[in-house]
Ligand binder design. Structure first.
Ligand code: COA
Ligand code: AMP
Length: 630
């Protein structure tokens, strides 16, 4: 069947399509049907099936005779080590760790927070939760204590599993003091913590509460896989929304397994035994889906890379890893390639490695600029495929199905809708717009398996954020258009989310932190274009009237504050003090107009503006900071 027909079938007969795909998963009790629409617009997949994620990711491959195949390669230039674990070893270690968790009372439905660097134990912790039916919530290591505390209070975990430290180029990041700070701040108190003591920096443990990983598993009895319903949450992953309160995206077990399994061959073109590498972090959705779950579910070898595209030790690291481990499909963010390109524009590191194993490169996480795609294609001599998705969907909304039927490439587009995604571009009134016309990108309900069924503890917010603006459709928060051939083009966000080095951040959350500074009366944060990271946050601060503080000092304090409260990953380094902020007569801050001024783009003075002179003042202040960049 041609891909276009396959897609059509997935939309007209979702039940038949996904039941067929579900055959590739081992069920304890097979589902009677795929789609349950009795609670529409909330939909569920594989509700009456019984299944276990860990079984499908590990045990079944061992049972099928693939136990000796390498499942996980930890390649860590920052510790100068490479470790390989087979499916049998992973299964045994995960079973023991799960057994130790179960002995401490962790069971089906309990939440477990995981705050770990890029080590195999992070995957083991995730899979151990899956083995028990516990619901993990992984928090990215670059977030500060406050962000961790917010997630602890929302998820109410029974325990926290953390690393003693992360290793960033040039510095060791002590995770344990951040965890201790978060636990002191959080109202909810987890019963215990398990700390993976790393050689680079061991943590002080609190007797009674904290257990070293090695002691914790000592003498534990391996746990069996606990069957759970298809709609049992596998995990909750917090992502940035418009406010400081992150959204807890829920992932149901059955749909997650089925969709990820489908994606590995059909999108990423890998077969069991092939090596797949997603150079992301387990703290992000890409890390959940394509470092941990999908490759293991599909019987691939996955790479846990603890390093950076540049500086660990050089801009040839990616090529070294691909060549050394025989990577067939490689997934990264455009910003990572921009970093490599900046250091090695002519690709002088490339010929040092045999890259004949590499067949395709995939980019996601932010808009892929055509210069970067062309550069990568010229260097690597393989197709570089852009694909578009988000934390909420868990797998690609639009992509090029390279393992099914590669579609002609159109630069600038992440290609076509994946099965089950019925992409519609709507105008403000919710009417479909003609091909080529900009609008809000929406997905006609139901969303396919593997996508979010809701937000943790926040159904009203889920409905409000995603379902109410266009009844019958899921609002992606992205704006763009679809051309006459069905290719999607993602142009901008329609909300206050910005994308910094492929990391999704909330300007609203940063504004909340800045507004807490005692000298700041009012503030706004916008995203400004950045050659390397795509966007960078920039803060505008109005000080309390009569304040005699030195603006430079306040700016420095604000930069520190965002780093301390949100984390270094926010990369908040640009801020300026201004007298006033441009607003509409109803008091709405004109953030988009400010962003256009900072980026040197043309803009219309909104008819509703309170005082147009303020825009000139903002322009002058930006010039002082070197914006717009030429
Ligand atoms: N733990 C602690 N701190 C972390 C961290 C972690 N896991 N990850 C990042 N940080 C810190 C960094 O050390 C840096 O701190 P600094 O301000 O003291 O330098 C800050 O957070 C910003 O980090 P990063 O976004 O990695 O920027 P960078 O300037 O260090 O590196 C790139 C630039 C482009 C090389 C890097 O951003 C990168 O590799 N991006 C790809 C991202 C990616 O793969 N995203 C996938 C999402 S799908
Ligand atoms: P996250 O939830 O962190 O994965 O971020 C999702 C958002 O990143 C999307 O809603 C888009 O705004 C952006 N994004 C991800 N992939 C792409 C892509 N290929 N092209 C353009 N934007 C993208």
């Amino acid at each position: 069947m041609r891909y276009a027909d396959l897609h059509k079938q997935s939309i007209t007969d979702p039940d038949g399509f996904w039941m067929a795909q579900a055959q590739a998963i081992d069920w304890v009790r097979a589902p009677s049907k795929a789609l349950f629409d009795d609670k529409a617009p909330l939909y569920e997949w594989f509700r009456d099936g019984l299944v276990n994620t860990c079984w499908n990711a590990l045990d079944r491959h061992v049972e099928a005779g693939r136990g000796d195949q390498v499942a996980v390669i930890h390649d860590s230039p920052v510790t100068n080590s490479i470790t390989r674990l087979t499916f049998a070893e992973m299964r045994d270690q995960v079973a023991i760790f799960a057994g130790a968790l179960a002995a401490k009372g962790v069971g089906k439905g309990d939440r477990v927070i995981i705050y770990m660097p890029m080590v195999p134990e992070a995957l083991m912790a995730m899979l151990a939760c899956g083995r028990l039916g516990a619901i993990h919530s992984v928090v990215f290591g670059g977030f500060a204590a406050h962000e961790l505390a917010v997630r602890i209070d929302d998820a109410q975990p029974k325990c926290v599993i953390a690393g003693s430290c992360g290793i960033e180029p040039g510095r060791v990041v002590a995770y344990k003091p951040l965890l201790d700070g978060a636990l002191a701040e959080a109202t909810h108190k987890p019963e215990f913590c398990v700390i993976l003591q790393r050689e680079a920096l061991a943590a002080d443990l609190m007797t009674g509460r904290d257990h070293a990983w090695s002691d914790f598993i000592d003498g534990a009895t391996p746990a069996e896989c606990v069957p759970v319903e298809g709609t049992h949450p596998a995990y909750v992953l917090y992502t940035s929304g418009t406010t400081g309160q992150p959204k807890g995206v829920i992932r149901h077990t059955g749909g997650h397994l089925v969709a990820l399994q489908w994606s590995m061959k059909n999108i990423y073109d890998v077969d069991p035994g092939d090596v797949f590498w997603a150079a992301s972090d387990v703290g992000w959705v890409v890390g959940h889906s394509y470092i941990c779950y999908a490759p293991l579910i599909a019987g691939n070898t996955t790479i846990v890379f603890e390093g950076k595209p540049v500086g660990t030790p050089d801009a040839g690291t990616f090529w070294r890893v691909i060549s050394e481990h025989k990577v067939k499909s490689f997934f990264t963010a455009p910003t990572a390639f921009r970093a490599v390109k900046r250091e090695d524009p002519k690709g002088e590191f490339v010929p040092e490695y045999d890259l004949s194993c590499l067949k395709t490169v995939y980019l996601a996480g932010e808009r892929a600029d055509t210069d970067t795609i062309i550069w990568a294609q010229e260097q690597l001599k393989v197709p570089v495929v852009d694909h578009w998705w988000q934390t909420e969907t868990g797998w690609a909304i639009a992509a090029n199905p390279m393992g099914y039927e590669p579609q002609p490439v159109k630069l600038g587009s992440p290609a076509v809708a994946m099965p089950g995604y019925d992409i519609k571009v709507l105008d403000e009134g919710g009417h479909p717009v003609p091909a080529g016309q900009l609008g809000a990108i929406t997905l006609k309900l139901p969303l396919p398996p593997g996508t979010l069924p809701g937000l943790w503890n926040a159904e009203a917010r889920f409905r409000k954020s995603y379902l109410e603006q266009f009844p019958g459709y899921y609002a992606t928060g992205d704006a763009g258009y679809i051309d006459e051939d069905g290719y999607v083009y993602i142009m901008a966000r329609t909300d206050d989310v910005i994308n910094v080095a492929g990391h999704r951040l909330s300007t609203g959350a940063m504004e909340e932190v800045l507004a807490g500074h005692p000298d700041v009366a009012e503030c706004a944060v916008i995203g400004v274009a950045d050659e390397l990271k795509g966007q960078l946050p920039m803060g505008f601060l109005c000080l309390n009237s009569g304040s005699d503080r030195d603006p430079k000092e306040v700016v420095a304090e604000c930069v520190r504050r965002v780093r301390d409260q949100i984390g270094p990953v926010a990369a908040f380094k640009l801020a300026l003090v201004v007298d006033r902020l441009p607003k509409t007569r109803s008091g709405k801050i004109l953030r988009a107009t400010m962003a256009n001024i900072a980026d040197g783009k043309s803009y219309k003075v909104p008819a509703t503006i309170d005082d147009p002179v303020i825009l000139e003042e903002i322009g002058e202040a930006l010039t002082g900071l070197g914006y717009p960049k030429s």
